[in-house]
Design a protein around this ligand. Structure first.
Ligand code: NAP
Length: 294
């Protein structure tokens, strides 16, 4: 039976470690790390995500600033706010919560963020530096997965890792990170997507499978070999008669049957999800300490 990777616990541990470090920094008269977040419009899920990030900052002693903008904010107006955050010496790092309203070009916004403050790791410079294994801010979800693999001491060297999904925020960076000459890393990586023919042929050979496609219970027991490590990134809200709220969250993995064949597996919820905030906070502290860009 699989060891269940407890992302909630690891995320809490990381946040406690960060809180201790911030306390020491403050005691020694150092600068309080400061994260800002821009939220455009009032999408319910985005409000929840940003709210959780701000709350996490407060809990560990960071400063946080939430910039709320209305749904009809223009791209020019948003670029002006970004210019201000780039120039604000007190703000160490900031995020622009995605998705943005349709009339704003996301790529223009991502590229306007000063790479020195790009704690989401989405700027092309950050992505390029990641690929070249240079110091940078790693995107939060993939970074969170690396931290889970590291803290559970999961061997990755020489393993065959299959990544399903090639989004810019999860699948693509994950495939780069698992192939890098780092630990965790040094895998032989197969990147799969919606055009992959015979996906099962690849998953059956995988030692590690990272699933990030957003299709509930997509990965089934017949697609994996015994002893596989399974990292489930998917989160889909589905209606349910068995919960008070009337909905539940499902991952991309048919959990019970795949867990029975796995050596390690992340649950949903409580696996990869909680790690995203922890990684963002780690990146913000790095920005504050000027660890990435001196
Ligand atoms: P996305 O941008 O929609 O990308 C999905 C990827 O899956 C695409 O590359 C797509 O291929 C591929 N795909 C779709 N159907 C497939 C199939 N049948 N076989 C193989 N590949 C297929 O999704 P995302 O943003 O990466 O998010 C993926 C999931 O992770 C979602 O459930 C999301 O909610 C969740 N997520 C969780 C966290 C977190 O835990 N903190 C963070 C981010 C995302 P093509 O490129 O060919 O279209």
């Amino acid at each position: 039976m699989a060891i269940v990777i407890d992302g909630k616990l690891i995320s809490q541990q990381i946040q406690e470690e960060l809180a201790l470090e911030v306390k020491t920094i403050k005691t020694n008269g150092g600068k309080t790390p400061h994260l800002a977040a821009i939220l455009v419009g009032n999408d319910g899920a985005s409000e929840t995500y940003v709210g959780a990030k701000v709350k996490a900052c407060e809990k560990i002693g960071f400063k946080s600033t939430l910039v709320r903008l209305s749904q009809d904010t223009t791209e020019q107006e948003l670029l002006y706010i970004i210019k201000g955050l780039n120039a604000d010496a007190d703000i160490d790092g900031y995020i622009v919560q995605l998705p943005l309203p349709k009339h704003i070009n996301e790529q223009h916004i991502i590229e306007a963020v000063d790479p020195k403050k790009d704690v989401d790791g989405f700027h092309p410079q950050s992505v390029g530096r990641m690929a070249l294994n240079l110091p940078t801010y790693l995107p939060a979800t993939p970074y969170g997965i690396l931290q889970l693999l590291e803290r559970y001491k999961i061997e990755t060297v020489g393993k065959h890792c299959v990544v399903i999904g090639r989004s810019h925020i999860v699948g693509s960076p994950m495939s780069i990170l698992m192939a890098r000459n780092t630990n965790p890393g040094n895998c032989t990586v197969t990147m799969c997507h919606s055009r992959t023919a015979n996906l099962k042929e690849f998953t059956l050979k995988a030692d590690i499978i990272i699933v990030a496609l957003g299709k509930p219970e997509f990965l089934t027991a017949d697609m994996v070999k015994d002893g596989v490590v399974v990292i489930d990134v998917g989160i889909t809200r589905v209606t349910s008669d068995s919960t008070k709220s009337g909905f539940k969250l499902l991952g991309d993995v048919k959990y019970d049957e795949v867990a029975a064949k796995s050596s390690f597996i992340t649950p949903v919820p409580g696996g990869v999800g909680p790690m995203t905030i922890a990684s963002l906070l780690v990146n913000t502290l790095k920005a504050s300490k000027k660890e990435v860009y001196k």
